[in-house]
Design a protein around this ligand. Structure first.
Ligand SMILES: [Zn+2]
Length: 279
């Protein structure tokens, strides 16, 4: 390689570097509380909430906003580590339901000391399962609703149980007859398959890569084991009413790096009708 070629290669690579400013990156999804969004075409590292997040070789990444997320969020693109480019995101508020739930067994609303120990054990197990941040991008396949049925509880609803104010609803409830087959909403690895937890009853958690997980609670039966790889649509268990439930339903939850969001927003991932905008 002569001097001229070296010079050309150098100027071309710097041109490439600077011809992809952060604003050429695309975001798909809704900029609102409780939503997940897919970023596309970022040729450089992306920082969200002080963390450099995973990117596919094609430059795709995931961000999610929790139920009570602040309206001002920042995405930073490390085009040049000495001069990072930040984009301010305006996150719209979502109006959450009030859910009045009656007929909950009293000890599931006001737990005893022994129950509190069981609850702590459950929280530890679930937190650990949701911590995984694996490099496989199973999530790129997109997601399906794990069962069909009436939505009996939306994500984010402020719950009042037997008249007592409780934590907001961290997932979506779909009512269905006991024994209905529950399908994996996308390809993934089973990271939790645990019977008899205080709130969740029999529960399965799937890891879809990049810190994204889905949760399936109150099952009457678990059909998978930890470490098992499942395909989208495969039966992972049956609908039940184990744990804190007043009737048979599936509690379907979703979490990105520990941030719970509305699993319904997964249904648009990598679908033609998803709403995308350029940053
Ligand atoms: Zn639920």
């Amino acid at each position: 390689m002569n001097f001229k070629q070296i010079y050309l290669t150098f100027s071309l690579s710097s041109l490439l570097l600077y011809s992809f400013p952060s604003h050429a990156v695309e975001l798909c999804g809704k900029l609102a509380q409780g939503e997940i969004l897919v970023g596309k075409d970022s040729p450089v590292d992306v920082v969200f909430k002080q963390q450099t997040i995973r990117r596919t070789p094609q430059g795709e990444f995931l961000i999610a906003f929790g139920r009570d997320e602040n309206s001002k969020q920042t995405l930073t693109f490390l085009d040049d580590p000495k001069n990072p480019q930040s984009v301010e995101l305006e996150v719209s508020p979502t109006k959450w339901d009030i859910q009045n739930i009656k007929g909950v067994p009293p000890r599931k609303v006001t737990p005893s000391n022994q129950d509190i120990k069981d609850i702590e054990k459950e929280q530890k197990l679930v937190r650990k399962a949701l911590q995984n941040n694996s490099p496989q991008s199973f999530w790129k396949k997109g997601f399906i609703q794990p069962i069909q049925g009436r939505i009996s509880g939306q994500f984010g609803g402020q719950r009042i149980m037997n008249g007592v104010k409780r934590n907001p609803h961290a997932g979506m409830d779909i009512a269905a007859p006991e024994g209905t087959m529950v399908k994996a909403s996308s390809d993934g690895i089973v990271t939790l398959a645990e019977p008899n937890l205080f709130y969740s009853g029999n529960v399965v958690i799937l890891d879809h890569g990049f810190g994204l997980h889905t949760i399936y609670a109150h099952l009457s039966q678990i059909d998978v084991k930890v470490g098992q790889q499942v395909s989208q649509g495969e039966t992972i268990g049956l609908v039940g009413k184990t744990g804190r439930a007043t009737g048979p339903h599936l509690h379907w939850g979703a979490s990105l790096n520990g941030v719970k969001f509305n699993p319904q927003s997964l249904l648009n991932i990598n679908k033609a009708n998803d709403f995308c905008f350029i940053l």
